[in-house]
Design a protein around this ligand. Structure first.
Ligand SMILES: Cc1ncc(COP(=O)(O)O)c(C=O)c1O
Length: 413
């Protein structure tokens, strides 16, 4: 793909880094989700994982059962701009303002409230403006424990998200009985590092709660199980498929698939991560004190999590020559440094790659999720061009930022 981009004239000498999306792979992953879950399921793909408009539009056009999970007003506008009707958009966020709630209720997106205070705000707006145009749900914390990564585990005994089931069960049941427009339950266990058993336990907890709500006169027309299916970042990691995940849920909690409710998922990483890689050109190579270090053009600006928390986050790498063809040769342990002004700027601290030379490329694999979407403005480096390849043809999805773009960002003009 990199060779295709370099030879096809889509990238030039000024492109010190590139992001390359395999659009066929993205489609295939989305189709896997569609096939794994019952017809009628809405797969609201998490925009936070990758907000690139051409990808949002591609998913929106691929199938009417694909939508977007959004967690801010701009993410909501991105989803609408991609052509998604409000009925295929799910709005989550623990900090929605009055204005955001009004916009969401008037539009008719699926709105998941995070807590009782937010429910009160919604009730006040509904009293003033009439019934919501779309479904309203409530996020619960199923308290099934933390996964392997503390910072992305949100179903601990305490979480900043949702209402803890143990402490709030009766009040949740009462809220559904009191508000006829409250008709959906939402949970999300965590992102990467959560074992299958936790998803099953969460599904059981939510289905159990749905039964209690219905018994008390409330309605649960939709259950949103969130995202969290891990992506594979190391060649020897298990590769959980969406079909395996759905089968595990079905076995562990048949009611989730058989109840009188619509299912909603919010996968992000599982759809996007494996569909892209990033390429950073090697500018210099230093070898002192037994350490060989390649200084490249992507660091914590794009790989925030691996740089700041390398124990939890990792990308496999590959090496390519100046023409983009994969480099061969004996593997040498090399540090891959980014271009930013701090010593922690190593997206990969030890990569076993053929010896890198200036002008080569380092490829960071499985870079389609939570990478560009977390782009940092530190050192004001321009965002690289994003290319997409589909059926062997490369196209530009987003041009490389210029210095003028960065100036505009800081000026706010
Ligand atoms: C509420 C919610 N839904 C969905 C997701 C997507 O998770 P993942 O990309 O791991 O599937 C997240 C990620 O943080 C989230 O917070």
């Amino acid at each position: 793909m990199l060779t295709l981009a370099l030879q096809g004239g889509l990238a030039g000498p000024e492109d010190t880094a590139l992001i390359l999306h395999d659009l066929d792979r993205l489609d295939a992953r989305a189709r896997e989700a569609l096939a794994a879950f019952p017809p009628g399921t809405l797969h609201a793909v998490a925009v936070k994982a990758n907000p690139l408009p051409p990808l949002l539009r591609r998913l929106a056009d691929l199938d009417p059962a694909l939508g977007a999970e959004v967690a801010s007003l701009p993410e909501l506008e991105l989803a609408l701009d991609a052509g998604l009707p409000p009925g295929r958009i799910v709005f989550d966020s623990p900090a929605k303002t009055h204005g955001e709630l009004r916009r969401a209720l008037a539009l008719g997106v699926h709105l998941n409230a995070d807590n009782f205070q937010e429910l009160e705000r919604i009730a006040a707006i509904v009293a003033e403006t009439g019934p919501p145009q779309g479904p309203v749900g409530l996020r619960v914390n199923p308290q099934v424990g933390a996964g392997a990564i503390a910072a992305t585990s949100v179903a601990n005994a305490f979480s900043k998200f949702g209402l803890p089931l143990d402490q709030c069960r009766d009040a949740i049941v009462a809220a559904f009985a009191a508000h006829p427009w409250l008709t959906a339950l939402h949970c999300h266990v965590g992102s990467q590092g959560c074992p299958p058993g936790q998803f099953v336990a969460a599904a059981r907890a939510v289905c159990h709660l749905a039964r209690a709500i219905r018994a008390a006169g409330g309605a649960v027309a939709a259950i949103d199980i969130g995202g969290g299916l891990p992506a594979t970042y190391r060649a020897d990691d298990p590769k959980p498929s969406l079909a395996d995940y759905a089968a595990t849920l079905r076995r562990g909690c048949p009611e989730l698939f058989a109840g009188p409710h619509r299912l909603i998922t919010e996968f992000g990483r599982a759809i996007h991560a494996g569909a892209a890689f990033a390429a950073a050109r090697v500018e210099y190579v230093k070898e002192y004190g037994g350490v060989r270090c390649a200084v490249t053009h992507l660091g914590a600006d794009m790989f925030l999590r691996p740089c700041y928390n390398p124990a939890d986050w990792h990308h496999d790498t590959a090496a390519a020559g100046p023409d983009g063809a994969l480099k061969s040769g004996p593997a040498v342990a090399q540090a891959i440094a980014g271009p930013l002004c701090f010593q922690g700027d190593f997206p990969v601290r030890q990569a076993p790659l053929p010896a890198l030379d200036p002008g080569d490329w380092v490829l960071f694999l499985d870079a389609g999720a939570y990478t560009l979407s977390m782009w940092s403005r530190y050192n004001s480096r321009p965002m690289p061009a994003v290319l997409g390849v589909c059926a062997g043809r490369a196209q530009c999805l987003k041009p490389r930022e210029t210095s003028a773009d960065v100036l505009r960002f800081w000026h706010g003009a």
